[in-house]
Design a protein around this ligand. Sequence first.
Ligand SMILES: *[C@@H]1O[C@H](CO)[C@@H](O)[C@H](O)[C@H]1NC(C)=O
Ligand SMILES: *[C@@H]1O[C@H](CO)[C@@H](O)[C@H](O)[C@H]1NC(C)=O
Ligand SMILES: *[C@@H]1O[C@H](CO)[C@@H](O)[C@H](O)[C@H]1NC(C)=O
Ligand SMILES: *[C@@H]1O[C@H](CO)[C@@H](O)[C@H](O)[C@H]1NC(C)=O
Length: 435
Amino acid sequence: MKSTILAYAAISLLTTVTAKGTPLLAARASTTVTPVTVTGNGNAAFYQGSDRFYIRGVAYQPGGGTGAVTDPIADATSCKRDIVYFKKLGINTIRVYAVDNTADHDECMNALAEAGIYLILDTDTPKYSINRADPVPSYNSVYLQSVFATIDMFANYTNTLAFLSGNEVINNATNTNCAPYVKAVTRDMKEYIKSRSYRTIPVGYSAADVAENQQLMAEYMNCGTDEQRSDFYAINDYSWCDPSSYTISGWDQLVKNYTGYGIPLFMSEYGCITNTRTFGEVAALYSDEMTAVFSGGLVYEYSNEGNGYGDGDASTSNSSSTCPSQSDQWDVTTDTLPVIPSAAAKFMTTGAGTGPGLDGAGSQTSGDAETESGGSATASSSTSSDTASASSTKKSDAGVQVPPVMLKSLSPIGVVFVAMLGDRQYRRAIDIMYV
Ligand SMILES: *[C@@H]1O[C@H](CO)[C@@H](O)[C@H](O)[C@H]1NC(C)=O
Ligand SMILES: *[C@@H]1O[C@H](CO)[C@@H](O)[C@H](O)[C@H]1NC(C)=O
Ligand SMILES: *[C@@H]1O[C@H](CO)[C@@H](O)[C@H](O)[C@H]1NC(C)=O
Ligand SMILES: *[C@@H]1O[C@H](CO)[C@@H](O)[C@H](O)[C@H]1NC(C)=O
């Protein structure tokens, strides 16, 4: 059955609002929604109760990519302003790339829950992340403390859908040596959630659109013991550039390649704007051709996808993959992961305590004998000359740059958007259309 999909555009604001909440004592989830799960029925898909859950989402980080990162969900005013539009868009999920783990998120998270909207949250921040140019010393207890403190802040909200343990840490053919560290962090986050007796919030990684290793990373994140395997895998994909189609974009091959994959899969970003963006891919992503393999996705960025259609069988496999062997494309020598730094292991029993927020001193060079992994680091030495750290505010460092484009056509909702913006400055807008 074909239903009408409304896909329209969006505007990423340059806002001067920097209000932050008061320091948080305990996250209070006053509004509850049915948590989304991945476990329990043996299928590689998300569920909301017994119903299949498709992510109909948008990446949301107003001001992201402009240098200083602002936590968009610590600011209840802008959050509530935008929820009005999220509801009109019919989305059920937002992805936020960086938050201040000392700020209060109750008001925004509860307002999102009231609107039936879930959060997929990146736990890294620009200062607290794996350094792709030198991963070994960046996997340390100072970093993990920040990650765990973020988990503490969000674990109690029923609309926390998932945590992303990293975004595009591997962003080129040359830095797959970061993979053991990304996987170790994912494992540690899962262990922390379990040790702290939180709800089983899914943890996974968001992989860059790098043809040479995106699928190798998928296999790697789903191999090994259940403790080491991710709960899901997410890909950023910019291969559908309108005008396109299921076959022209290569999405048919993507579906073929991931058929039978044993954990849920979704697009953590999509939206090529090489040509005029007409959101042709939205209909494809929620069609029967794709829903057996993909659980929806997130438009990049602050823009819409509409109602999914088609029930779509989920993969009935939940089995692990075989770890990829070392090759020219895969610079990892053994399947053994780095052991968690001993200074971080104690957080499993004591809790992480207060996080450093966005203004902390950072963690990427904090590794030393005390804080760094004493275990078997398995990556071979990096040959990358890339000195950028793993930024959690996508698009500022790598991948598709999003140039400013002007609104060309306006749907009624688009008019509302522009009217709302009034005299505000906006950074970019994307075409509006109905599919
Ligand atoms: C979680 O939320 C519930 C109410 O929904 C509250 O009773 C409980 O204290 C909260 N726990 C934490 C750790 O904030
Ligand atoms: C796989 O699915 C079966 C049920 O079909 C379940 O018993 C088992 O725990 C699942 N394994 C994992 C790793 O989720
Ligand atoms: C699918 O897999 C083939 C064979 O490994 C690879 O060459 C191709 O790039 C993949 N295509 C996509 C879209 O993932
Ligand atoms: C990215 O990989 C290509 C090979 O595919 C290599 O030529 C290039 O130097 C790499 N870039 C960086 C920054 O490492």
